[in-house]
Ligand binder design. Structure first.
Ligand code: NOJ
Length: 560
């Protein structure tokens, strides 16, 4: 039997913004519990939760001061237990965010490390003396802008932080770090979690000598498939990430994940060998990056189950660009490795804002019919766009420093009802970030029963995936779209079952002739009953996407 995540759909919950259960304006774990029936109704299989561990919240939970405690804003340990139990009772899996590259500067490990050069924990973090001129030890940049080094006047050395100065990097060349972190992993596996998302995992491997990174020539065309991240990308990240050390660590992590047996089986739903590991791996600025990225599956498929794939997030909305993204991934995957796809996450502008609403609908059809595990970012099933914010409403440290790169707009509250703030929190309470002005209209309550809504579309596509083996286990091959140049057509095949996906990326109607007769099972625009009947030639509206089922496929059940 294949593991749950292979045919399943993963849904990303940003807990601070999902549902506030205790009227303090912050989403919390019991809030998530109250939405589990919705997530089951939607049809997803697992939830990836962004960090909810104890944290000063400088980077909204990615700065952890205790990995085995719940931050008070989110609830407490008893609430996680309720969440895991209630999710499991509904067959939903829980995937936690594991931040291995750094901690908060308020973590007791760092307090001890910083206390003196002779501290037994000094070597848990990356400390270096100043350069000859008193400046930072090398030219590495922080992802949030400025140098990646901060001077500690008390001990007279600099410490390294790939992200905020209050997120010091751990020294993974010290075996004590791995021992301490595997204790954290065991703690959460014992609590019954079903997998982990490994944050910024490519960064734990740094070149042992910490050499300067080569400058990126400003005149050169960006040699990256991803947007440039301001000052951080003024250098090429040759030495501050992707050292072979990461792969050694990941093999040992995977072994632990696959073998650890919790002392009590009470909270457990997933067998050890079926737990999930996904990891954030950004290598777009490396030559031959697809090979390096795919290397994170492991030479023997013994590292991550899936390095996260952001190609749909970075691709422009065109048939050529999306086809190239799909081909790039399909052609670099190791044999038997399983792909994954996402249209957004908490770090990226939302799909409805990047491309537009009709395109977001087509994007959802694409996401849920590609080969691999789809990851849905909360709110994207509603077509939620980025929320416009005034300067005084910015919370993200990155946004404070480099406004164009701020991530608050995509982290605004999930709209549930037509109440103020979309029912995220009670009417008289201010949510920690403002709700989108159209929240009531976009809300779950408002879309749930509308046959033409984005929510209905998403739910129908998820249901179809479940009933059509070609959409999960099937192969994917291209079908030529003839004269329709901005149309992408692919076929998913499993034994005698075939589905066709047609996406018109253009603002003009287009006609496609298919090699066989289909019925239109799903369209992202309103189609008349007549235009859904049997046909081999399909007229597509601007930005329309269609899922067609071969009329000779035995899996006649379309999930409705
Ligand atoms: C990647 C996470 O997705 C992002 O939100 C966070 O700020 C950094 N890693 C640092 O942990």
């Amino acid at each position: 039997m294949s593991p749950w995540w292979r045919d399943g759909v993963l849904y990303q919950v940003y807990p601070l913004s999902f549902k506030d259960s205790n009227a303090d304006g912050h989403g919390d774990l019991l809030g998530v519990v109250s939405t589990l029936d919705y997530l089951c109704w939607l049809g997803v299989d697992g939830i990836w939760l962004n960090p909810f561990f104890r944290s000063p919240m400088v980077d909204f939970g990615y700065d952890i001061s205790d990995h085995c405690a719940v931050d008070g804003r989110f609830g407490d340990q008893a609430d996680v237990e309720v969440l895991i139990r209630e999710a499991h009772a509904r067959g939903l899996r829980i995937v936690l965010d594991l931040v291995l590259n750094h901690t908060s500067d308020e973590h007791p490990w760092f307090a001890e490390s910083r206390s003196s050069r002779r501290s037994p924990r000094r070597d848990w973090y990356v400390w270096r003396p100043p350069a000859a001129d008193g400046g930072p030890p090398n030219n590495w940049k922080s992802a949030f802008g400025g140098p990646a080094w901060t001077f500690d006047p008390h001990s007279g050395e600099y410490y390294l932080h790939t992200f905020h100065r209050r997120q010091p990097d751990l020294n993974w060349r010290n075996p004590a770090i791995e021992r301490a972190m595997w204790e954290v992993v065991r703690f959460w596996l014992d609590a019954g979690v079903d997998g982990f998302r490994l944050d910024a995992i490519h960064h734990i491997g740094k070149h042992p000598q910490l050499p300067d990174n080569p400058p990126r020539e400003p005149s050169a065309r960006p040699d990256t498939a991803y947007r440039l991240l301001g000052e951080f990308d003024s250098v090429l990240h040759r030495y501050d990430k992707n050292d072979p050390l990461v792969h050694d660590v990941l093999r040992r992590f995977r072994n632990l994940l696959d073998t650890h047996r919790p002392a009590s089986a009470d909270a457990v739903l997933t067998e050890p060998g079926h737990r999930l590991s996904v990891g954030e791996v950004h290598l777009f600025d490396w030559p031959d990056w697809p090979q390096h990225w795919a290397g994170y599956y492991g030479a023997e498929l013994d590292e991550l189950h899936m390095p996260l794939n952001l190609l749909l997030v970075s691709a422009p909305w065109s048939a050529e660009a999306i086809r190239s993204a799909i081909s790039t991934v399909e052609s670099c995957l190791p044999r038997s490795a399983w792909p994954n796809w996402a249209l957004g996450n908490h770090d990226e502008s939302r799909v409805a804002s990047r491309y537009g609403q009709p395109q977001a609908r087509a994007g959802m059809l694409l996401l849920l019919t590609l080969r691999g595990t789809p990851l849905i970012y909360y709110g994207d099933e509603l077509g939620l766009p980025d929320t416009p914010l005034a300067a005084g409403q910015i919370r993200d440290p990155w946004g404070h420093r480099q406004p164009a790169l701020g991530r608050d707009p995509q982290r605004c509250p999930m709209p549930w009802t037509s109440d103020p703030h979309g029912g995220f929190c009670p009417p008289g309470i201010q949510p920690w970030l403002p709700a989108h002005p159209a929240a009531p209209e976009l809300s779950v309550a408002n879309q749930r029963d509308r046959p033409d809504s984005m929510l209905t579309l998403t739910r129908r596509l998820i249901a179809l995936r479940r009933h059509r083996p070609e959409l999960t286990s099937g192969s994917l091959d291209w079908v030529e779209a003839g004269a329709a140049t901005d149309v992408l057509v692919y076929r998913r095949t499993h034994r005698d079952n075939r589905s066709y996906v047609l996406v018109n990326f253009g603002a003009q109607p287009a006609t496609v002739r298919l090699p066989e007769t289909i019925t239109v099972a799903v369209s992202t625009v309103a189609r008349s009953a007549a235009s859904q009947g049997r046909r081999a030639q399909v007229q597509l509206e601007p930005f329309e996407a269609v899922l067609g089922l071969s009329i000779t496929s035995p899996a006649a059940n379309d999930g409705t």
